[in-house]
Design a protein around this ligand. Structure first.
Ligand code: GLN
Length: 228
């Protein structure tokens, strides 16, 4: 049985645990570097990226999570977790892991439609047809690097992307009964090892080598509408 870690600092980690149990995986709460040992994959849940980032500092988890990624094991960040995976964030920037070559614009759908559900666009990857995506004060991913593959789009925007062993999802797959996104993480964990070509595993030429959190010098812009 695959052991999938769920970062449990804050947010809806219990819903991820339930989703993982539904697909036959064994969820493991992660609050210390030692908890990462023996895991097949790791989930960074949705919640408040500011709070989770502070917890990562308090628990000294930035580098252990980067090392986890450099080992080739898959990570999936959902909503706040996707923000934390990004190269940089804007609109009240938070420190990030810089494991995904994309910028995350926080709360990018604005206050009027800050929570909504929408179906995957028809031109999303086969296998995700009809996926219902629940967005809660969601970020938008922009400036995707060339090695970032978009798997699901909603209203033309990338909402599930993959770069090597890193999956980022701006919606909440753990809040519906549809297990396809969690199953993708599980299947990625089974494929990894030989197929991971996204970056060096040496730890010397990757974003994972920088000590401490990555910060952005960009000023807050106030949302996607003003940056699109
Ligand atoms: N708005 C939150 C943030 O910027 C993310 C919301 C969520 O994870 N549902 O951190």
């Amino acid at each position: 049985m695959a052991r999938i870690g769920v970062l449990s600092i804050q947010g809806d980690y219990e819903r991820h645990e339930q989703a993982l149990e539904r697909i036959g995986a064994f969820p493991v709460r992660v609050l210390r570097a030692a908890d990462l040992a023996g895991l097949d994959a790791l989930v960074l849940p949705g919640g408040e990226s500011t709070t989770i980032a502070k917890g990562l500092t308090r628990l000294s988890l930035w580098d252990p999570i980067r090392e986890f990624a450099a080992s080739g094991r898959p990570l999936m960040g959902t909503c706040a977790g996707a923000i934390l995976l990004a190269r940089e964030s804007e609109n009240h920037p938070v420190p990030t892991l810089a494991l995904l070559d994309a910028r995350a614009v926080r709360n990018a759908y604005g206050t009027q439609v800050d929570s909504f559900a929408a179906p995957a666009d028809p031109d999303s990857a086969p296998g995700f047809a009809g996926l219902r995506c629940v967005f809660i004060r969601a970020p938008v991913l922009t400036d995707l690097g060339s090695s970032v593959e978009t798997l699901v789009k909603v209203e033309g925007r990338p909402v599930l992307v993959r770069q090597g062993n890193v999956l980022a999802c701006t919606f909440h797959p753990e809040l519906t009964e549809d297990t396809r996104v969690h199953r993708l993480l599980l299947s990625t964990s089974r494929e990894e090892g030989s197929s991971w070509t996204g970056r060096s595993t040496s730890g010397t030429s990757t974003p994972t080598s920088s000590p401490g959190p990555s910060t952005t010098s960009r000023a807050p812009t106030g949302g996607f509408g003003r940056t699109a």
